[in-house]
Design a protein around this ligand. Structure first.
Ligand SMILES: [Ca+2]
Ligand SMILES: [Ca+2]
Ligand SMILES: [Ca+2]
Length: 247
């Protein structure tokens, strides 16, 4: 009898441990607050709107193993016209060589936003920015769930996108120590019309993820919702977090 009791206890403990592990790995939810007065897109994140908003932090390493060394904070808010996103990227070495829209800035250092308004997990928007305020934007199809299909997804440009970056340090001086770069973007809902559910109302949910790539001294890929992939991969829609639009 005692043996059966011990076995049952052990089994229930295993279930409890499995539940804890499952819940800690569940993608997170962010309450995206509606603002009466939107932030000014100038790269300076001191706007009253941002100061009142809870940040996504810390960013977690892609494999879920812990917080990133070079930390990032992100904030999101919205109004009737746009989704606004701010990033604060701690970075002792701020650099970037690409200069044109849709250059592969993800091969260097970047922040990345993936947005899936209709939550189909197959088609989503990707908007990346570099410390030089270079934009890579794409409307991606990902049939396999583990990476984009073959295609020229970057042909899509986010119409009316506004972006700005502010550098605290010296861009491209690799010899000194920088502090951080701050990013603001305003993404017009109208520009996301190829997806359904692209003009949110309070209570609506989109799926989304936020990422950071830092390369020096060693490559570091970090996320709002870790994709739990190794080697690092960001195109994992099943790991997107929930972006809940609130009043
Ligand atoms: Ca601002
Ligand atoms: Ca860096
Ligand atoms: Ca593009």
């Amino acid at each position: 009898m005692l043996g059966l009791y011990t076995t049952l206890m052990a089994a229930s403990l295993l279930v409890a441990v499995a539940l804890v592990e499952a819940s800690s790995a569940d993608p997170p939810t962010y309450r995206c607050v509606k603002v009466a007065s939107p932030p000014r897109i100038d790269g300076n994140v001191n706007d009253a709107a941002w100061r009142r908003i809870k940040a996504v932090k810390p960013f977690i390493l892609h494999d879920g193993s812990g917080p990133a060394m070079r930390q990032t904070e992100a904030r999101m808010c919205w109004d009737d016209h746009c989704l606004y996103i701010a990033f604060v990227c701690e970075d002792p070495d701020i650099w970037g060589t690409f200069t044109k829209r849709d250059d592969p800035i993800y091969e260097e250092e970047a922040v990345e936003v993936f947005l899936d308004p209709d939550c189909d997990l197959k088609h989503y928007y990707e908007i990346n920015m570099s410390p030089r305020n270079v934009v890579f934007d794409a409307h991606v199809t990902n049939s396999s769930g583990v990476g984009p299909d073959r295609g020229s997804w970057a042909k899509w440009d986010c119409a009316g996108l506004k972006t700005a970056v502010r550098i605290e340090g010296t861009l491209d001086d690799r010899t000194d120590r920088d502090t951080r770069w701050t990013v603001e973007m305003a993404i017009p809902f109208k520009s996301l019309d190829e997806a359904g559910n692209s003009h949110p109302k309070p209570g609506d949910v989109w799926l989304a993820n936020l990422y950071r790539i830092d390369r020096t001294p060693e490559p570091e890929h970090s996320c709002w919702s870790p994709t739990l992939r190794h080697p690092p991969a960001f195109h994992v829609p099943s790991r997107f977090g929930r972006l809940r639009f609130e009043k």
